[in-house]
Design a protein around this ligand. Structure first.
Ligand code: GDP
Ligand code: MG
Length: 718
């Protein structure tokens, strides 16, 4: 029988770092809470018989948040053989609150005091032996990041699990409370295991509403509660909490000594003074993201990508393949499929891998060093003004890699309306797969102008904030935002390994997609674009005859829809549609459909004809449309799953497409007016839409006032 070690602890205490180190797995480590929503399991390195479960981070075993419910139900029902309680040594006092509760579950507990590298650096002292005595469990000091003592911690946990010694809490509550607990334990009878009785009794005493779901028959403990509340003149939940805090302060007093010098501002505090400053926070954030996109897409990125696109997939690979294919007398159609289909399509997508890796490198660094946690904090301050929670910002941060985990991360938002809204808007942020589209437009059409790539990011954020404000003012989404409690972890320099790993994880999944789903799509696109009817005869087409293809027929069928947006060409229409399968396909499809002309012109840039066909404003409108419209099928699947309701799913997708259409229309029409002085019915429509949009954004928020009126009416009627 395999042993199970459960890693439990506060958010950001380093559970996932330890999990990865012990299992050799690559779970996502983020320097902000809420990353691990579901528990993850892995095998201890070198021990096939030991399973480690990484639980979501929690502050207590009271079910206030979804993470707490997940973790608590796991601990009660799956009864791991041992709990390895990860405690952040730099935040001992707050972390112990959970620890005192974990001890009551009747499961053996080993405590690992993590971040010891930081504790030592700060010059603080933790007396482990005393801590172990006062708590009644084994304690070990570790640094998950540096790998110090982690094997020892795992070994201690395994040994304790094998001994099957449950940890008995040393701590007892005040005598009168203990008496009441004993009487409640008796009432519980046989329906809970002997060792879990104490935990259930305490929860019942605390009037924990969700614990009753776990019981077959709920004993009536109201008389006990009443009795104790009367004698102690406080409600039971506060009584228990206060006792815990009293106990914890006594532990801290005995076992922890803060260094004298530690009283002054830490480096993190100093940085935060600037970074989270009321006035400077947003400009700094904008500057950071601008720099990230500028460097990865415009400078470093373009250089490498140009080379991959023009040289590797232009001058080196295709001619080489062509030579081989000609040498073996390959059939014409197959040669076409390989060169004009696969190499042109998949090659176009792969050409952007370098840019993507640079972007992912930056994002991994920002996440791991602790800056992104500040961003969520800054955003919360702003979001709150509009009745939104900063909690909605975390899915968005995750969404910069891929929308699917981003949408899934919205699970931690308790408020149902906020969650739905977050699910709807998360995919507006440019994910990794949208990056090639951005880079393509920025490079091919705007000659690598520095503002294009960062602007795409800000359009995404803008869409999220505006949608939030507008939706929040409708009946569907009104209501107070969920509270957002978040601590700011200390800044630290990420290790090279973890940043590279995170970059590679994301980059690799992209390359894998290029080899599977995008490969299949390019084959389909190639077939439908290189076959068609010419003069009533169905046959393979020459490159100059693509306008007769099946795909052209389909594309032309609904290209008119996008004409008002400035790119009603069948090729861009088709590209946008194939983007629904995977966003990289947009570039792949354009690669097939425009790729051929490059040969015709005197070695002109590969994307030159694309730029000519769209024009600048059209191209920007195309970019924005693809950024905001319905995401790829995988992300739509995630939206469907998380909404768990077809109507809501359709509403979300409909909203995204509508918003994308309206914004692109306004960009193209008003842009054309400004740059070329073009004016028409559609320009007027665009202005009307802008006015409508501004109205929705700024109209007063009525709900609370009507509520007041109703209350008054009721009062008068009485
Ligand atoms: P979780 O929320 O408990 O899963 O925490 P994570 O494993 O995601 O870690 C949170 C942050 O703390 C990350 O930035 C880690 O790199 C960092 N971290 C984890 N363990 C240590 C440690 O021992 N020392 C230091 N300095 N940082 C650590
Ligand atoms: Mg984690």
């Amino acid at each position: 029988m395999a042993l199970t070690i459960a890693l439990a602890g506060n958010p950001n205490s380093g559970k996932t770092t330890l999990f990865n180190a012990l299992t050799g797995s690559n779970q996502f480590v983020g320097n902000w809470p809420g990353v691990t929503v579901e528990k993850k399991e892995g095998k201890l390195k070198g021990r096939k018989d030991v399973v480690i479960a990484d639980l979501p981070g929690i502050y207590s075993l009271s079910p206030y948040t979804l993470e707490e419910v997940v973790a608590r139900n796991y601990l009660i029902h799956e009864k791991p053989d041992v709990i390895l309680n990860i405690v952040d040594g730099t935040n001992l006092e707050r972390n112990l609150y959970l620890s005192t509760q974990l001890m009551e579950l009747g499961i053996p507990v080993v405590m690992a005091v993590n971040m010891m590298d930081l504790v030592r650096k700060n010059g603080d002292q933790i007396y482990l032996e005393k801590l172990s005595q006062k708590l009644g469990c084994q304690v070990v000091e570790i640094s998950a990041l540096k790998g110090d003592n982690i094997q020892k911690a795992a070994d201690m946990a395994v040994k304790l699990a094998q001994e099957k010694q449950r940890t008995m809490p040393v701590h007892t509550f005040e005598e009168s409370v203990e008496k009441i607990l004993a009487s409640i334990e008796e009432k519980l009878g046989d329906q809970v295991l002997q060792e879990q009785k104490r935990f259930f009794a305490i929860k019942l005493l605390e009037k924990d509403s969700k614990i009753t779901d776990q019981l077959l028959s709920v004993p009536d403990v109201s008389s006990e509660i009443e009795r104790i509340e009367k004698t102690m003149e406080d409600d039971t939940e506060s009584i228990i909490t206060n006792e815990r805090y009293g106990y914890i302060s006594s532990i801290i007093g005995d076992c922890y000594k803060k260094s004298q010098t530690g009283q002054k501002l830490t480096v993190s505090d100093k940085i935060d003074k600037w970074v989270t400053n009321r006035i400077l926070a947003l400009p700094i954030f904008a500057a950071v993201m601008w720099l990230v996109y500028y460097v990865s897409v415009t400078t470093v990125g373009t250089f490498v990508t140009d080379w991959t696109n023009d040289v590797l997939f232009g001058e080196i690979i295709p001619p080489a393949i062509e030579r081989v294919l000609t040498a073996i007398h390959c059939a014409d159609w197959l040669q076409g499929l390989i060169l004009d289909g696969i190499v042109a399509g998949v090659g176009a997508v792969l050409g952007f891998v370098p840019q993507m890796l640079v972007l992912f490198l930056f994002l991994a660094f920002l996440e791991d060093c602790g800056y992104m946690a500040r961003v969520a904090f800054i955003m919360d301050r702003i979001f709150r003004k509009f009745g939104l929670s900063g909690k909605s910002f975390i899915p968005m941060l995750i969404g910069t890699g891929c929308g699917v985990p981003g949408v899934m991360a919205s699970r931690t938002i308790e408020n149902d309306r906020d969650r739905k809204m977050t699910i709807m808007t998360t995919t507006f942020i440019p994910c990794g797969a949208k990056l090639p589209i951005i880079a393509l437009i920025a490079g091919a059409v705007f000659g690598g102008a520095a503002w294009v790539a960062p602007s795409a990011y800000f359009v995404g954020i803008g869409a999220i904030i505006c949608s939030g404000i507008i939706l929040k003012k409708t009946k569907l989404f009104s209501g107070d935002p969920a509270p957002f409690v978040m601590e700011l972890p200390a800044y630290h320099l990420p290790t090279v390994g973890s940043v590279i790993r995170s970059m590679w994880e994301r980059g690799w999944s992209f390359i894998k997609k290029a080899g599977t789903i995008i490969l299949l799509s390019t084959i389909l696109v190639w077939f439908t674009s290189y076959f068609g009817w010419v003069d009533g005869q169905f046959r393979m087409l020459e490159t100059m005859e693509l306008d007769h293809s099946i795909l052209a027929a389909i594309g032309n069928g609904f290209a008119w829809i996008f004409t008002p947006l400035g790119w009603g060409d069948w090729r861009s229409t088709v590209a946008a549609v194939t983007g629904l399968i995977a966003k990289e396909n947009v570039v792949g499809t354009l690669g097939i459909l425009y790729g051929f002309e490059e040969v015709a012109e005197d070695g002109a840039e590969i994307w030159g004809s694309l730029a000519a066909s769209m024009g600048m404003i059209g191209a920007y409108s195309f970019l924005v449309f693809n950024l905001l419209c319905a995401p790829c099928f995988a992300a739509m699947g995630a939206i469907k799953r998380e909404m768990n309701n077809t109507k809501w799913f359709l509403f979300a997708i409909g909203y995204q497409c509508l918003l994308a259409y309206v914004v692109s229309l306004c960009i193209y029409q008003i842009g054309s007016l400004i740059l070329y002085g073009k004016f028409g019915v559609l320009t007027a429509t665009a202005f009307a839409l802008v006015i409508g949009f501004v109205y929705l954004l700024f109209r007063p928020y009525k709900e609370s006032s009507t509520l007041e009126v109703n209350v008054k009416n009721v009062a008068r009627a009485k």
